[in-house]
Write a protein that binds this ligand. Structure first.
Ligand SMILES: [Zn+2]
Length: 224
């Protein structure tokens, strides 16, 4: 199978609408996408709201998204950056096939995915202990960063954010940031003969038949 790489664009109007959810709504929105391989565009599929301020639901479509509301509710504000749970979900879903996830937040739009070589190594040589130890590493790293930020006197968000981004990169994530309302685009790898529209990873790129291998809920014994 020959694979091609191309830049896929997001629809500007759709993007604008999602940015409006961030600015105007106090609940999270999220949804799936369809990938149009002919026009090289990412088209919207379903849009849902959890009706919750912070929900961290991520679907299993290959390019999906959710919002972090910019508005605060009763003095509680969500942070713009993707949460530890967001990263954990993105990692677990990536083990089944390449996924790109967008988090729309007040400072801009984050496009997150796992480094392909990293995830392939992980998956080709799958070991459940290693899986849990990586999950624990995610929980501890981002949990600690978050706690430190929360309990710091000056709550320096830019510095917290930059530490957070470097930690994510060290742990195998690729994060592209599109400032403010900038429309994101994404590079996708796909079989060159792939035509039409799909919301799934082309089967030739799926890493394995989704089974019950990857259950982060079983990773309970993270050392503190
Ligand atoms: Zn989130």
């Amino acid at each position: 199978m020959r694979t091609c790489t191309a830049t896929f664009h997001f629809d500007e109007k759709v993007h604008k609408l999602r940015r409006q959810y961030v600015y105007n709504e106090t609940v999270e929105y999220g949804g799936n996408s369809r990938i149009n391989y002919d026009t090289k565009t990412i088209e919207p599929k379903d849009t849902n709201t959890s009706n919750q301020f912070a929900a961290s639901t991520i679907s299993d479509s290959r390019v999906d998204w959710h919002t972090h509301p910019a508005q605060c509710v009763k003095g509680l504000c969500t942070l713009g950056i993707p949460s530890a749970v967001d990263l954990e979900n993105i990692f677990v879903l990536s083990l089944e096939g390449p996924i790109a996830h967008l988090v729309y937040s007040k400072e801009g739009t984050y496009l997150i995915r796992l480094n392909r070589a990293f995830i392939k190594r992980f998956r080709d040589d799958y070991d459940h202990n290693e899986f849990c130890s990586y999950i624990c590493q995610l929980r501890t790293t981002f949990g600690d960063l978050y706690e430190n930020f929360l309990h710091s006197k000056n709550k320096n968000y830019p510095s917290f954010r930059s530490n957070w981004l470097s930690a994510a990169q060290r742990l195998g994530f690729e994060i592209h940031f599109f400032q403010g309302d900038t429309v994101p685009d994404v590079q996708l790898v796909y079989p060159c003969d792939y035509k039409g529209t799909s919301s799934q990873t082309p089967s030739s790129l799926v890493f394995h038949d989704p089974k019950n291998y990857f259950k982060p809920s079983g990773c309970t014994k993270c050392k503190k």
